[in-house]
Design a protein around this ligand. Structure first.
Ligand code: OFO
Length: 171
């Protein structure tokens, strides 16, 4: 059975995962109307779907452990970005924020010796390590590319192989 405090923290995490899905969905819609970045667009749409999965996983866990998962209201995310580089910088910042929030949930689970929740949250800790690393490497690449258009063409190609590799490792 979840404590009230643990339930509140996990419900907050549900909100954050829902927000992540929303934030990346907005990035996807913006990317879709930019020329020549089809794979970046797919990456954002897929990332948005994954965040929804993360939210659903939490909802089921809270409800299965005798709590009540609450579906949150969401603020409107940023709709446009000055450049692809800005969008990916925002993505990295957002992932760091999500990791911090997972760590807070983990701290409460440890305080309460809630081993089931600790076990459950391990998956999120590992996922955040991967997502932050990926976001950092994309930001590094975009830094190198600068305003070079052919570099951006290669980045879009690159992101397709990265997405396929991630899918392969998760299959
Ligand atoms: Fe939910 O994994 Fe990123 O944020």
């Amino acid at each position: 059975m979840l404590s009230k405090k643990m339930q509140a923290a996990l419900n907050e995490q549900i909100k954050i995962e829902a927000e992540s899905s929303h934030v990346y969905l907005a990035m996807a819609s913006w990317a879709e109307i930019q020329p020549g970045i089809d794979n970046v667009t797919s990456f954002f749409y897929k990332h948005s779907d994954e965040e929804r999965e993360h939210m659903l996983k939490l909802i089921h866990f809270v409800n299965e452990r005798g709590g009540f998962a609450t579906v949150p209201a969401l603020p409107q995310p940023s709709l446009t970005f000055p450049s692809i580089k800005h969008a990916f910088a925002a993505l990295l910042k957002h992932e760091v924020y999500v990791s911090e929030s997972i760590n807070k949930c983990m701290e409460i689970a440890f305080e309460e010796k809630d081993y089931a929740t600790i076990n459950f949250l391990q998956w999120y800790v590992a996922e955040q390590i991967e997502e932050e690393a990926l976001a950092r490497s994309m930001n590094d690449k975009l830094e190198l590319i600068g305003d070079d258009k052919s570099g951006m063409y290669l980045f879009d190609k690159d992101i397709l192989s990265i997405s396929m590799a991630i899918e392969g490792s998760k299959a």
